[in-house]
Ligand binder design. Structure first.
Ligand SMILES: [Zn+2]
Length: 177
């Protein structure tokens, strides 16, 4: 990957790394954080757009043993429509609900000291929300080819000239002199 996923000027520290010392073990109602970052997350057939940032609003809540994160993430994907095979872009949105703690539980993310890294959580929520099959839209008519046309019209090999589209064109243009 040539392109660094984070903007220049933040060479070392990931913007997704959050210090939550102010929340841990308190009864604070929570704190919201927002992100607008370019990322290079992708699956085999679908990727996040290079020119649209991932946007996310997350509310961090102190809970027993860690931090709960709730909110949403919106993003734009680039994929190939699997019905018409054209490249397409789609605005998408996923909800977030995750727990950060100090256990080894696979269901939760790590609370490391006073920090949580929400990148893996966002990436998981984004990638898990993607469809298995991408279609460019409800109106997609699929691949149109001549074989399909033949099937639809029931045209046979002994088609005469009067039925061909060129014959119709000739009529419209008038007789040749
Ligand atoms: Zn399509």
């Amino acid at each position: 990957m040539d392109r660094h996923p984070y903007p220049a000027g933040m060479p070392n520290r990931s913007p997704f790394l959050l210090n939550v010392a102010d929340l841990l073990g308190t009864d604070a109602s929570g704190r919201s954080v927002s992100f607008e970052e370019f990322v290079d997350w992708k699956l085999d057939l679908i990727k996040l757009s290079d020119d649209e940032p991932v946007m996310s609003d997350i509310m961090l809540h102190p809970v027993s043993g860690g931090i709960a994160a709730t909110g949403w993430v919106s993003f734009v994907t680039e994929e190939t429509c699997q019905r018409c095979l054209k490249p397409t872009r789609t605005d998408r949105r996923a909800t977030i609900g995750a727990l950060f703690d100090r256990t080894d539980d696979d269901e939760t993310y790590d609370l490391d000291g006073h920090e949580i890294d929400v990148e893996q959580m966002l990436r998981d929520e984004v990638l898990l929300s993607l469809p298995v099959v991408s279609i460019c839209g409800d109106e997609c008519e699929g691949v149109v080819d001549s074989a399909q046309n033949d099937l639809n019209t029931g045209a046979s090999d002994d088609e005469d000239e009067s039925r061909s589209p060129f014959a119709v064109l000739k009529d419209l243009l008038g007789p040749e002199d």
